[in-house]
Write a protein that binds this ligand. Structure first.
Ligand code: UDP
Length: 482
């Protein structure tokens, strides 16, 4: 099956094909993301970049994702499926996270090997497997099948470096003392490390997964990171000098929002939720002046307590700015109904899912209240939107630290002792970001500077562009001698 390709099998009028006209692929890569929105987006985008530079890319999704996703028009990426052992419901269908991950490794390893053999029998045999760092078993399969193994890390280098130090026993757990020192990183408070580290014992299966990313990384042929050099200079330099010659290849937003060199690349192309139509959103936004709207989203996975929904809703109402809030259908019952019903529809719009990039790029948004998933943070940085960080779990607390103190493109909302961000804090912080003052002006200035740096790094001759070129050349030259 190939919905991505099928959707665009007849080229749309006026659009340029992304592939070079020669149609001679210089190498063929199989790309395997972890089955979640925040992992599929960057790996699909990276595949499009590789195709634009002459490679053939096949994206392997799980059967469940392929059946349930909404695929928009895209070209030139082949789509294949492998089973994770939970074809009907994916992770949600599994008995536990541990059971899911174990089953994915067993069933997925078999499926991946079969897929590699199938592709080898096709007209363009495979050269390399680019696998999500969360799936280190894919490297073993690639090696058994005599393919290059390329790890693709979907978290920041700062986060990767912390996990690496834990995995090698260089950062003993549980953390002790009031500060954490990791080479290449600023001094962190324990609460600024990823949740699996500072709240040891929560989500043990995910803890094993993030730590095990580094168990066989030394055997990978290439190490790619979805970040960009300028954003994480110190840690990238430390890791490259001391660990492996890693290559930063981000940001991985669609080209339309960055360098505009890939004419068809206007959106991610795969949604795991049904987005509200663009016209509904743009009509609502059009009622509000530039930089006045608060956009709120906690991504595809976060699971907030009803009490946090209530505090957030009250805080947004008190702040007095119109707000557009993405609340997934499965979460909407947690909204404080009476309050929401009392706010005029012009002042508050709640949607189950949307095209986040279009909203952030609309010019209407003055503050992005975000859980600090890495994709959302990078999107805000690339589109110059300042953030109010409300991290929930996993790497988000570390990302929030960088947003506030290193990149200076946002502020963090402080939780109380019960772990709740209270309405007064939401109100105060939203106003700080939207209305400005000295801090707000500084954030807006940093946001503009980062937006320029992000565009430059992926444009011709920028650091990520050069890294991608170098990677493509190495793969192509190996493929040509085989
Ligand atoms: N996203 C979207 N529509 C929404 C909310 C999110 O398209 O209504 C996209 C967003 O642009 C980002 C991804 O979903 O690319 C979420 O990834 P992120 O790393 O921010 O968070 P996660 O979902 O992994 O927690």
């Amino acid at each position: 099956m190939n919905p991505l390709q099928d959707n665009n099998s007849g080229e749309s009028e006026g659009s340029e094909p992304m592939e070079p006209s020669s149609n001679l692929h210089r190498a063929h890569v199989l790309v395997l993301p972890f089955p979640a929105q925040g992992h599929i987006n960057p790996m699909l985008q990276f595949s499009k970049r590789l195709v634009s530079k002459g490679l053939k890319a096949t994206l392997a999704l799980t059967v469940h994702i392929a059946k349930s996703m909404h695929a928009g028009p895209s070209s030139s990426i082949n789509l294949e499926t492998i089973s994770d052992g939970h074809d009907l419901g994916g992770l949600a269908e599994a008995e536990s996270i541990q059971a899911y991950l174990t089953c994915f490794q067993t069933v997925g390893s078999r499926g991946l090997a079969e897929l590699i053999r199938k592709l080898d029998r096709s007209g363009t045999p495979l050269d390399a497997v680019i696998y999500d760092g969360f799936l280190p078993w894919a490297l073993d399969v690639a090696k058994q099948c005599d393919k290059l193994g390329v790890v693709f890390f979907t978290q920041t280098c700062a986060v990767n470096n912390i996990y690496y130090h834990v995995q090698r026993g260089l950062l003993p757990l549980p953390l002790s003392g009031s500060s954490v020192e990791v080479p290449g990183l600023p001094t962190l408070e324990p609460s600024e490390t990823p949740s699996y580290i500072c709240k040891l014992g929560t989500y043990p299966a995910f803890y094993d997964m993030v730590i095990n990313q580094f168990m066989n990384v030394d055997e990978a042929d290439y190490v790619l990171c979805d970040t960009f050099y300028e954003l994480e200079k110190e840690v990238v330099e430390w890791m490259s000098a001391n660990l492996w010659p890693l290559k930063t290849i981000g940001p991985t937003l669609p080209s339309l929002y960055l360098d505009k060199r890939l004419p068809d690349d206007t959106g991610y192309g795969i949604n795991l939720f049904t987005p509200t139509t663009a016209s509904t959103v743009s009509a609502w936004l059009s009622h509000h002046p530039p930089h006045s709207v608060v956009y709120v989203s906690f991504g595809s996975m976060a699971d907030l307590e009803p009490s946090q929904f209530s505090e957030l809703a009250h805080g947004l109402a008190l702040a007095g700015h119109p707000f557009l809030w993405v609340v997934r259908s499965s979460e909407q019952h947690k909204l404080p109904r009476d309050l929401m019903d009392s706010i005029p529809s012009k002042e508050a719009l709640v949607l189950p899912w949307c095209n986040q990039l279009e909203i952030l790029a609309s010019g209407s948004i003055g503050c992005f209240v975000t859980h600090c998933g890495l994709n959302s943070v990078i999107e805000a940085i690339c589109l110059g939107v300042p953030m109010l960080a409300m991290p929930q779990w996993t790497d988000q607390g570390t990302n929030a630290k960088f947003v506030e103190d290193v990149w200076r493109v946002g502020v963090r909302a402080r939780a109380d002792e019960a772990g709740l961000v209270r309405r007064e804090e939401v109100e105060r912080r939203v106003r700080e970001v939207v209305r400005g003052g000295k801090r707000g002006r500084e954030m807006a200035e940093s946001a503009r500077a980062w937006m320029a740096a992000a565009k430059a790094t992926i444009s011709e001759g920028g650091s990520s562009d050069r890294n991608i070129d170098e990677f493509v050349e190495k793969l192509a030259s190996r493929a040509s001698v085989e």
